[in-house]
Design a protein around this ligand. Structure first.
Ligand SMILES: Nc1ncnc2c1ncn2[C@@H]1O[C@H](COP(=O)(O)OP(=O)(O)OP(=O)(O)O)[C@@H](O)[C@H]1O
Length: 252
């Protein structure tokens, strides 16, 4: 498989607190990469470094390299806002724009990219909602507020919003942890379907979820990458005792 992103000796801080201790890791194209590890090990910080969201918080610092194809995303020439449309993100808690309709939630990013023609907007909104598996549920109420949807639908709306600007990578930070099992199933099915178009990196606390949907799994512990392998291999025969202890439920 081709490589889409690579981190080299990636270190990150919140103030004086070093969270990532030097992560070197390839992210494969059109695959789902799961990041697992106990609470506070730096999973979210890691994926937030992949689209320069970490620097949005005050007092943060990043060292090392993050390559996206052959571009250093921390190079001065990179516009972080533009970068985040190519490397989209979905958060733990669904966060539709509260004052906007379902339609406008998805159209907002397109408008920012200069798309104004109604027919083009309509087509792109429909396509994104189709991709997010939400179209059939909302097509008759596109003007209703985004926040009028259920939690699982709101999360798929946020995925549609991220997909609308055609990202190459989608970062998902525990996207199903606030959802019921049926909605969780929708998100998992969706991730599996989307990976043919978008490379996915997902942070999850749910080991079954990582095992079900991911191609590769990275196990983090206290800011270090302990093990990174094909998901099946890692879950069947982890090579590090700490990985084994974690996936067999001995801690975390
Ligand atoms: N905004 C912040 N300001 C200061 N410290 C933070 C902030 N966010 C996270 N941290 C700290 O960074 C460390 C790593 O947090 P991070 O959210 O990356 O871990 P995680 O593995 O994703 O955890 P969880 O599974 O609980 O979400 C933790 O010690 C946390 O307290």
């Amino acid at each position: 498989m081709a490589q889409r992103m690579r981190t080299e000796n990636l270190k990150a801080w919140y103030g004086m607190n070093q969270i990532l201790k030097g992560i070197t890791m390839d992210i494969e194209k059109n695959a789902i990469t799961a990041i697992i590890g106990p609470s506070g090990c730096g999973k979210s910080t890691f994926i937030r470094c992949l689209n320069r969201m970490h620097e949005v918080n005050e007092g943060t610092r990043v060292e090392g390299k993050v390559w996206f194809e052959d571009q250093d995303i921390y190079a001065q020439s990179i516009d972080p806002v533009e970068l985040r449309s190519r490397i989209g993100m979905v958060f733990q808690k669904p966060n539709p724009f509260p004052t906007m309709s379902i339609f406008e939630n998805v159209a907002a990013g397109l408008r920012l990219h200069g798309i104004r023609r109604t027919s083009e907007l309509n087509d792109a909104v429909e396509e994104s909602l189709q991709m997010a598996g939400l179209w059939n549920e909302v097509k008759d109420r596109l003007q209703h507020p985004g926040v009028s949807l259920s939690g699982g639908q709101q999360q798929r709306l946020c995925i549609a919003r991220a997909l609308a600007v055609k990202p190459e990578i989608l970062l998902m930070d525990e996207p199903a942890s606030a959802l019921d099992p049926v909605s969780t199933g929708h998100i998992e099915d969706l991730a599996i379907k989307l990976k043919h178009q978008v490379t996915i990196v997902i942070v999850t606390h749910n080991l079954h979820q990582a095992a079900r949907i991911s191609d590769r799994t990275a196990f983090f512990l206290s800011g270090d990458l302990i093990e990174y392998d094909n998901t099946k291999d890692m879950f069947i025969s982890p090579s590090d005792k700490r990985t084994n202890d974690y996936i067999s439920g001995r801690f975390g």
